[in-house]
Ligand binder design. Structure first.
Ligand SMILES: N[C@@H](CCC(=O)N[C@@H](CS)C(=O)NCC(=O)O)C(=O)O
Length: 381
């Protein structure tokens, strides 16, 4: 389901409340298991609907595990594009758009990385939510991204000055009252039409790469150059499958087999990266591309979080000489270090997934210094 943004006030609020209550019951069933069905008060039609639509109706990553025990990520729903064409519904304009992120989220961090690399800080405003998921409404049990009440509450996180809402969920509901998917970050928000333009990081980074070039400080930086596009697309595919999404498939697996499958694929992909990076500075050659940004956001979280929290402990990134130095190299690239807030990253993962870490204890390590020297300059540009 792809949603077109529409002003919220045009929709019927009562229909929306009913739908949300209904979908919440379906979500609770999913978490409770079939033995509780009789107690739920949901009709047979509702139960059948629930089983047929359980993945599509997921409202949090914690609900995206199928019957087989494997984690299946739900596709993003808002896919409008900002264009340099001034007549388009979402034209590139300085000051018009806002990027809502969580510093903890690797997908949102891709977008923040682009904002810094392209020099779009003064063109697209941005803010981060609090790292740990909290209850988003008093009337149901959904946990998700929330804004702090003041900028003193959680360093790095800021209250929502644009819409005055308390959660990312409220933004989605404002933009589309019939929305029944996950309330994810990143959210690219249109301040003028007061709606979500796009919530898919892979679209957002492509727009940032080209559509704001009239306003960007680093116009000449092209992270998706035409001659490298087939290679970037190919690398993105196996890196997403094995690594970016692969770590989640390890962590959210609820049975041994899907975990084994995911972890095997993960380390095959990491070994492949190590091999490639022993011969060239970046993953698609000797220039930084989109594929590096997409790979980096997972690598930087790996030893601190995924090794422990998602059971990716066959080998650490710092045990791979090329991958480790490559991670430091990208971290030290213009503006990138400001997109990494390890405190938010650790607080989020260890604190927001009670089914994986019930007591929310944050492990002590590994406190890697990514600003330490690296050896990647040995490759010619
Ligand atoms: N396909 C999306 C994925 C975004 C995503 O899954 N974000 C996570 C945070 S890392 C989220 O907001 N999850 C909220 C939830 O599961 O409730 C993208 O790449 O932009």
């Amino acid at each position: 389901m792809i949603l077109s943004p529409s002003p919220s006030f045009l929709h019927c609020h009562r229909t929306f409340v009913f739908q949300r209550t209904f979908s919440f019951r379906k979500s609770s069933l999913f978490l409770c298991g079939s033995s509780n069905l009789a107690l739920s008060g949901v009709s047979l039609g509702g139960i059948i609907y629930f089983f047929e639509h359980s993945v599509h109706m997921a409202r949090s990553a914690l609900e995206e595990t199928s019957e087989s025990g494997a984690f299946n990520r739900t596709p993003s729903t808002f896919r409008s594009l900002i264009s340099r064409d001034k007549t388009s519904p979402f034209p590139a304009e300085s000051g018009r758009y806002h990027l809502y992120v969580s510093y903890a989220c690797p997908w949102a961090s891709r977008c923040l990385a682009y904002l810094k690399l392209k020099g779009l800080d003064n063109v697209i405003s941005y803010s981060s939510v609090k790292p740990k998921w909290e209850r988003t409404k008093e009337t149901d049990e959904h946990y998700g991204w929330v804004f702090p009440a003041s900028s003193m509450e959680e360093p790095g996180a800021e209250p929502d000055k644009l819409n005055g809402v308390t959660s990312i969920r409220a933004l989605y509901e404002f933009a589309s009252p019939n929305y029944s998917g996950k309330y994810t970050v990143p959210v690219l928000w249109d301040k003028k039409l007061k709606t979500v333009v796009n919530n898919e990081s892979s679209d957002i980074i492509r727009m940032m790469n080209t559509e704001f070039n009239d306003m960007a400080e680093n116009v000449d930086l092209d992270l998706y150059p035409t001659h490298l596009q087939p290679l970037i697309d190919e690398v993105n595919e196996w890196v997403y499958d094995g690594i970016n999404n692969g770590v989640y498939r390890c962590g959210f697996a609820k049975k041994q087999e899907p975990y084994d499958e995911a972890v095997t694929k993960l380390y095959e992909a990491l070994d492949k990266c190590e091999e490639i990076l022993s011969k060239q500075r970046y993953i698609c050659g000797n220039v930084l591309t989109e594929a590096d940004v997409r790979l980096f956001v997972t690598l930087i979280r790996f030893d601190e979080v995924y090794v422990v929290h998602f059971k990716c402990n066959k080998k650490l990134i710092r045990e791979y000489p090329n991958l480790f130095n490559y991670t430091k190299d990208i971290y030290q690239t213009n503006g990138m270090s400001s997109t990494v807030n390890m405190e938010h990253i650790k607080k989020h993962y260890y604190g927001s997934h009670p089914s994986i870490n019930p007591f929310g204890i944050v492990p002590i390590g590994s406190n890697i210094d990514f600003s330490a020297p690296h050896d990647r300059a040995r490759f010619a540009p």
